[in-house]
Design a protein. Structure first.
Length: 250
């Protein structure tokens, strides 16, 4: 399993801590859905486990969380292999793995091995690479178009410009081995999350006019999940509120 130095010293204490955090997050989601006139069943909670040990993923699964999000392929691949060895069956059969970080084309083949959903498709070149990597999968690789929600250009920020979303979505929808599932967005580092997620909802609506099955909206994290739910998010990517402050990656 993971480096023992990254494992919790007291597993029972860690279980109680994560269970309490999960209850609190579910309560927030339930309250946000009630205010928005939605049901909690419409929203999927993705546990973002970046820098946390595989033991936390096992614990989350025991607590009923089946969707796990990772940002870096090297770390995600290691955890998939660790859990596969521990469970004596592919970890992909017990969990749905979401790749939510920036994705380079040289990592695509590895990600396609374990991911159920890639949230960060933001350019045509990446679509072509994913289609090639997904050619021999047993099931299509679901893809979300990541939309840049910054009102002004910010160097280094991932995501397609809203005007480019249709072309990327069309490419995904017609690529063998891929399935267009919807859109993803990250709120600006400094800005109005509610306004950003409202923009994402408009992009999602426009996308569904040409692709009715692309119904997923991945938006919202620990600090802004309420605003995401209010604007129609179907998937929330929550890390710190579930697992606490992140340990330093080793």
């Amino acid at each position: 399993m993971s480096d023992p130095r990254s494992e919790p010293a007291d597993p029972e204490h860690r279980r109680a801590e994560v269970a309490a955090n999960l209850d609190a997050v579910n309560a927030r989601i339930g309250a946000a859905c009630e205010r928005a006139g939605r049901t909690a069943a419409e929203v999927t909670l993705i546990a973002v486990t970046k820098t946390f040990p595989s033991s936390d993923i096992e614990l989350l699964r025991e607590l009923g969380i089946l969707d796990v999000g990772e940002n870096r392929d090297q770390e995600a691949s290691r955890k998939v292999d660790e859990l596969t060895a521990a469970w004596h069956e592919p970890a992909q059969q017990r969990l749905r793995w979401h790749f939510i970080g920036a994705l380079q084309t040289n990592k695509v083949a590895s990600v396609a091995r374990y991911a159920s959903v890639v949230h960060s498709v933001d350019r045509l070149r990446l679509v072509a690479a994913l289609a090639s990597a997904a050619e021999h999968r047993a099931s299509p690789l679901r893809c979300l178009v990541q939309v840049n929600l910054d009102p002004r250009p910010v160097p280094g920020r991932a995501g397609a410009k809203p005007d480019d979303v249709t072309a990327i979505a069309d490419a995904i929808a017609t690529a063998p081995g891929l399935e267009l599932a919807g859109v993803m967005g990250v709120a600006p580092l400094r800005g109005d999350s509610d306004a950003a997620f409202e923009r994402l909802a408009r992009v999602a609506l426009q996308l569904r006019r040409g692709h009715p099955g692309a119904t997923l909206i991945s938006a919202g994290m620990s600090g802004d999940l309420e605003q995401a739910v209010a604007n129609g998010a179907t998937h929330l990517r929550v890390g710190a509120a579930l697992l606490g402050s992140r340990p330093h990656a080793g």
